[in-house]
Design a protein around this ligand. Structure first.
Ligand SMILES: [Zn+2]
Ligand SMILES: [Zn+2]
Length: 353
């Protein structure tokens, strides 16, 4: 069912200065919606993110664009903050309707290429191996091996993200007629996450440096998932949490007058929010160090970390994400010289130094 124009209008917020946000629903997800931003340029409207690839989301996006006096067919370009499906999902459909270009950071474009080309089963093999190394119990890994043996694992059905055709280069202005939008590389949530800094003066004259489209990097009331970059083809020991904390400081230094995130709502006080998040992660790392008074595997750490519900109630898939998040924190502690891998083979056990 397509939303009525009136309902669509309720999904649109005018932020002034040729910037509007459209609330595009994410089906069956507690986040509720993606805030897709519409930026007027001299060559036509440009989208920052597009929303989940789903008929209701598409109808809502189309109705929202109509309420703004435009349509998917008129979109000039799509700027993607990161490759996740709630941001990049509809990019391909917008390009089909309009011939718009799609721009993305090279590191996330690599993830998209990998997702499209992945051999069936590659992901299951990777996940099973990774969980075994993290010390997951055999009962947790068994369903993955069973699915593999049954010939499954061709990735998520219908998830074939669009290949971008332009690269977002960190520090450079995007090629947008009549606008000053600069890319700020903010890895952490994904390896190629970018924030987009609209350098023009705030339309309401708020103090600070322009406005920041922050994607999932900086949100007013939730902390984004920071796990591993999960690349089956790359054995490099990355430090996504370290990347994220550096990226937070980078956007804090920008001191934007207003932040336009991809979820929840627009907000001011970017530097305060950055400080809060830095403190939150510092606290989490300190709590983790206390757990590491004796050697623990990443799985054991995940079991003992604080989540939004008791470990026993965390569903299967979310446990895998939690282990990834625990590993990201462990890697950070190792990098900081506050923890190390204890002697004695796989699964790796970590201990405070
Ligand atoms: Zn995301
Ligand atoms: Zn998101």
């Amino acid at each position: 069912m397509a939303p009525t124009d009136e309902a669509a209008a309720g999904h649109v917020t005018d932020h002034g200065g040729g910037v509007r946000s459209l609330r595009v629903p994410i089906p069956d997800n507690p986040l509720g919606h993606t805030l897709v931003h519409l930026l007027d340029t001299d060559r036509g409207p440009v989208l920052v993110d597009t929303g989940w690839d789903d008929p209701t989301a598409w109808d809502t996006l189309s109705a929202g664009l109509a309420a703004c006096g435009t349509s998917p067919a008129e979109i000039h370009g799509v700027v993607v903050t990161h490759h996740h499906p709630d941001h990049h999902g509809l990019s391909g459909r917008v390009r089909e309707a309009s011939g718009a270009w799609i721009a993305m950071h090279a590191a996330d474009a690599t993830v998209v290429r990998r997702t499209r080309e992945a051999e069936p089963g590659l992901w299951l093999d990777y996940l099973a191996g990774k969980l075994a190394r993290a010390g997951a119990p055999e009962a947790h890994i068994a369903p993955l091996r069973a699915a593999r043996a049954a010939g499954g694992g061709g990735g998520l059905p219908g998830l074939r993200p669009a290949l971008p055709d332009r690269e977002i280069v960190p520090g450079e202005l995007l090629d947008l007629a009549g606008r000053r939008l600069r890319a700020v590389w903010t890895p952490g949530h994904t390896p190629g996450h970018v924030c987009l800094h609209l350098e023009e003066t705030h339309p309401a004259g708020r103090p600070g440096n322009g406005r920041l489209f922050s994607g999932d990097h900086l949100l007013p009331g939730i902390t984004p998932h920071i796990g591993l970059y999960e690349d089956p083809d790359d054995a490099t020991v990355t430090d996504p949490l370290g990347d994220y904390l550096d990226s937070l400081e980078r956007v804090g230094r920008l001191a934007p007058a207003e932040v336009l995130p991809a979820h929840q709502h627009a907000f001011t006080g970017a530097q305060d929010r950055v400080r809060e998040l830095l403190a939150h992660h510092e606290q989490r790392l300190t709590g983790l160090l206390r757990l590491l008074a004796r050697p623990l595997t990443p799985w054991q750490v995940a079991e003992r970390m604080e989540w939004n519900r008791p470990w026993e109630q965390i569903p299967y898939g979310s446990r895998n994400i939690a282990v990834s998040e625990a590993e990201a924190h462990l890697r950070r502690l190792v990098k900081l010289g506050r923890a190390e891998v204890a002697a004695g083979g796989e699964p790796a056990r970590y201990v405070a130094v």
